[in-house]
Design a protein around this ligand. Structure first.
Ligand code: NAP
Length: 305
């Protein structure tokens, strides 16, 4: 069998997904390809997405990843959705499941798996006390914030949000209240990002908040000198900073944290885990994580700063 896999979104020029999935195909001994299907967000976007989905229906494409800006729009083309896709309102993995066009979201589990890896095998979180304290501060309230908030809340974490538009933060909380039942970790706090009161609020919770996650694009290459955290503001001790951005390799936010002896990582681990999960959904094969990490090392991805 020839495996025809791919990615849609726009623009796709810098995507490292082909590198990851080609390595997975090779490591599994499967013949196939992973192609890019850029679809611009213009008047034709829904027709183009429907055409692409028809190719999956007709078995001409076996698995499709979906990225910015189509993760929400593609839902209109689906015949069934996973519980995670419903709860987050976003689809990043499409395939034919039991004969129906199925939309799933592997970002949630990808993030949780990477967090678990960090706590266990990658050993980076040793000593931070993550297993007992469970309050996270999420920066941003867009698509990935929804995935992270849902994943953490489902796993018993208390989550607070720091956002630039209060109405967006409040809407996210309302959606979570709808989707997570029972929800013992509510109410969720919604605060303003880049506001002097945020740092005070966080410092008042030193020893409580143990995870700070950036889900905004602030600091993404080529704007690598920007950060969602006000310059000079302290980070609470014993907090771990997780920046979803994976290019540059080390973001300004992580450099700010490290300058205060606070540990952190960028989002490559999550990217790898969501890709691993998508590949497993399509092929049924669980490819070990090191295959993807090796591919990234050999491929020299991203900018240094
Ligand atoms: P999104 O849906 O557009 O959400 C972005 C959020 O950040 C929104 O709440 C947005 O607020 C806020 N924001 C944007 N610019 C801001 C600014 N200058 N100041 C304050 N807030 C700002 O995007 P997304 O899909 O969540 O992706 C966000 C980032 O996560 C991207 O860098 C993406 O590459 C990364 N990501 C990584 C992974 C991974 O596997 N590592 C997975 C998914 C996403 P407004 O609505 O007001 O603009």
């Amino acid at each position: 069998m020839w495996w025809s896999l791919g990615l849609t979104g726009y623009p796709l020029g810098h995507s490292i997904s082909p590198l990851l999935h080609q390595a997975a195909l090779q490591a599994s001994g499967l013949a196939g390809e992973y192609k890019l299907y850029p679809i611009p967000p213009d008047d034709r976007v829904l027709i183009d997405l429907q055409d692409l989905c028809k190719q999956i229906r007709d078995h001409r494409i076996d698995g499709m990843n979906v990225t910015i800006p189509h993760k929400r729009l593609i839902i209109a083309c689906m015949e069934a959705l996973s519980q995670t896709a419903i709860a987050t309102g976003a689809v990043n993995t499409v395939y034919l499941k039991d004969g129906v066009l199925y939309g799933d979201n592997t970002d949630v589990e990808g993030f949780l798996r990477d967090l678990d890896n960090l706590m266990n095998s990658r050993g980076i979180l040793a000593g931070i006390g993550m297993k007992t304290k469970r309050h996270a501060l999420v920066l941003g309230a867009g698509g990935s914030a929804r995935a992270i908030t849902y994943g953490l809340s489902e796993n018993g974490w208390q989550v607070s949000l720091a956002v630039r538009r209060m109405e967006q933060g409040i809407q996210l909380v309302d959606e979570m209240v709808e989707n997570i039942k029972p929800h013992p970790t509510f109410p969720m706090n919604v605060l303003l990002l880049k506001n002097e009161n945020l740092s005070k609020w966080v410092m008042d919770r030193t020893g409580d908040i143990c995870l700070l996650i950036n889900t905004t694009p602030i600091g993404m290459w080529p704007h690598s000198d920007e950060s969602p955290w006000i310059e000079g503001d302290p980070f609470p001790q014993f907090t771990f900073v997780y920046d979803l951005i994976y290019n540059p390799v080390k973001t300004k936010l992580i450099r700010q944290a490290e300058s205060q002896q606070v540990k952190g990582v960028t989002g490559l681990g999550m990217l790898i885990e969501q890709a691993r999960l998508a590949f497993e959904r399509w092929t049924g094969l669980n490819v070990p994580g090191y295959v993807f990490w090796d591919a990234v090392k050999k491929g020299r991805y991203g900018h240094d700063e």
